[in-house]
Write a protein that binds this ligand. Structure first.
Ligand SMILES: [Zn+2]
Length: 108
């Protein structure tokens, strides 16, 4: 007897697997953070100096790009703070001169 065409058959044997055939391995939070890297110019690969792991160069570039964005934002923050300090110093000088003039006026 032929199987009807409008029925979807599911193979439940696959459900017995403990995990899919391809999965993401979660990073080890206690593992090496790959803080220092070098480029092996003989084999053209990026290697962690601390643990010796060969690293994905695209991930390394992504991390460098993220660090650069972070530093650029901090530079802008520092410039804004510097400008605020300069404004406050100018205001301080103006108020000190005003106080000096008022004291001179009262002492007459
Ligand atoms: Zn490492």
């Amino acid at each position: 007897m032929a199987k009807p065409e409008n029925i979807i058959y599911v193979d439940f044997k696959q459900e017995k697997r403990e995990r899919p055939s391809l999965y993401f391995k979660p990073p080890d939070p206690k593992g090496c953070q790959h803080q220092t890297m070098y480029i092996d110019q003989d084999l053209w690969r990026v290697v962690c100096e601390d643990c010796g792991e060969v690293l994905d160069p695209i991930r390394v570039l992504d991390q460098i790009a993220q660090d650069e964005v972070f530093l650029y934002q901090r530079k802008i923050d520092v410039e804004q703070l510097y400008n605020e300090i300069m404004k406050l110093k100018k205001e301080e000088k103006r108020l000190k001169n005003k106080i000096k003039r008022q004291k001179a006026y009262l002492e007459k």
